[in-house]
Design a protein. Structure first.
Length: 409
């Protein structure tokens, strides 16, 4: 039985137990600095996150949402990147891929806003108390450095572009094509005026030969141009991949605050929660790191630290999560990792002052299908008195975490 067939069979066999699966566990990935911290702090899942790319689009988007909702829009989320809301024609490629700390912080700065319903209870007994509002910012302070192979690829792409321009000019300025084109025009004109049958046959043959020669020369030139264009596309894709797969020290930070708006009256707004995230990490390439190596075979080793501080004004409690994760990305299709996260709270909670330590295996089954398995101990759960983690899940492209838990702890 193939792995895919096994997963499909396991889904059917475990379907009766899916409904009773526990809520998602708080792993190191959950504690990474979120790209939309306002949404993360509210704990909502909006269907879309608006990303207006200009001040006019932002104002129009907000005005439309408020008008449609007749007040505070519910389950609304938007994120803007101030730096990219206007063009930067002077931004050079080298500065883009190798920014300073200040340049990286400014260019990656994102401001997010989110809203949600404030309700107590569920179903017909639910009481609508108003709305919740969250605002957050995020930024990548240290973006890491580009792979050593990237500058070589940029130089190679520059050479290919030069060759491509030369090949296009050579095709357009080819002396033989010019002479043959002139010859073709002359033969065409003579054919129109020729009345002798024998001469018509000879002129037709000469015209056909001229056309065939033109086609052959053009085909050779076009084939050379096509080869160069393919090489340019391949080099560009490799550059894009390496620009994302940065190595070295990296640091992402985020912060957010949320408020409650009773009966949607802004004058009565009260603070709800505040949070800060920091994700320092270090990545190194350990195998298949050359520019000519297959990017899918490249192997990386990552050390990732996570920190999250939460201030809950409603419960008058402070929470701190600190931990780390080591990931060995064996290839683009397989990865193993181990993580440990400590939790400290200033007030009683189901997982007060405890430790989570888990080993994780991930495998890519298809373009958007991933198998996920983890084993270890979770935070101490005072309510359920169990800490074992034993989870197998399947991610089929609908989110970052497995959406179909097959075996639960």
């Amino acid at each position: 039985m193939t792995l895919r067939a096994f997963v499909a069979a396991a889904i059917v066999a475990a379907s009766s137990g899916i409904a009773s699966a526990q809520a998602p566990i708080m792993s190191a990935d959950d504690l990474k600095a979120p790209s939309t911290p306002a949404v993360a702090l509210l704990g909502t899942s909006p269907t879309t996150i608006e990303r207006p790319d200009s001040p006019r689009a932002l104002v129009f988007n907000l005005a439309t949402s408020v008008s449609d909702a007749g007040g505070v829009p519910q389950n609304y989320a938007a994120q803007v990147a101030p730096y990219w809301m206007r063009s930067h024609p002077d931004l050079l490629f080298h500065s883009y891929i190798s920014p300073s700390i200040g340049e990286s912080a400014v260019r990656s700065l994102a401001v997010s806003i989110a809203t949600a319903d404030w309700r107590i209870g569920s179903g017909s007994k639910a009481a609508d108390l108003g709305s919740r509002l969250g605002v957050g910012i995020s930024s990548v302070v240290l973006p890491g450095r580009v792979d050593a192979a990237l500058p070589e690829l940029v130089s190679e792409l520059t050479r290919i572009d030069e060759q491509l321009e030369m090949a296009a000019r050579a095709r357009d300025d080819e002396p033989r094509l010019r002479a043959l084109s002139t010859r073709q025009q002359e033969l065409t004109a003579r054919l129109r005026d020729e009345r002798d049958a024998a001469r018509l046959v000879d002129l037709s043959r000469q015209l056909a030969d001229a056309k065939m020669t033109i086609a052959a020369i053009t085909a050779d030139a076009d084939a050379q141009i096509a080869r160069l264009e393919r090489a340019a596309r391949e080099a560009t894709l490799k550059i894009q991949t390496l620009n994302v797969q940065r190595v070295g020290m990296q640091l992402a930070i985020a912060g957010a605050a949320s408020w409650r708006i009773p009966d949607d009256v802004f004058g009565d707004t009260t603070g709800e929660r505040a949070a800060f995230w920091a994700t320092p990490s270090y990545r190194s390439c350990v195998a298949a790191c050359g520019k000519d190596d297959d990017s899918k075979a490249r192997s990386y080793l990552d050390a990732i630290g996570v920190l999250r501080y939460v201030r809950d004004r409603v419960a008058a409690a402070n929470g701190l999560d600190v931990g780390g994760r080591v990931v060995w990305e064996i290839t683009s299709a397989f990865a193993v990792s181990g993580e440990s996260v400590g939790r400290w709270w200033s007030a009683a909670s189901p997982s007060d002052n405890s430790l989570r330590a888990v080993a994780v295996f991930e495998a890519k089954l298809a373009d958007k299908a991933f198998l996920f398995a983890s084993f270890g101990r979770d935070f101490t759960d005072a309510e359920k008195d169990r800490t074992l983690v034993s989870v197998v899940g399947l991610n089929i492209g609908f989110g970052e975490k497995p959406v179909l838990p097959l075996v639960t702890r």
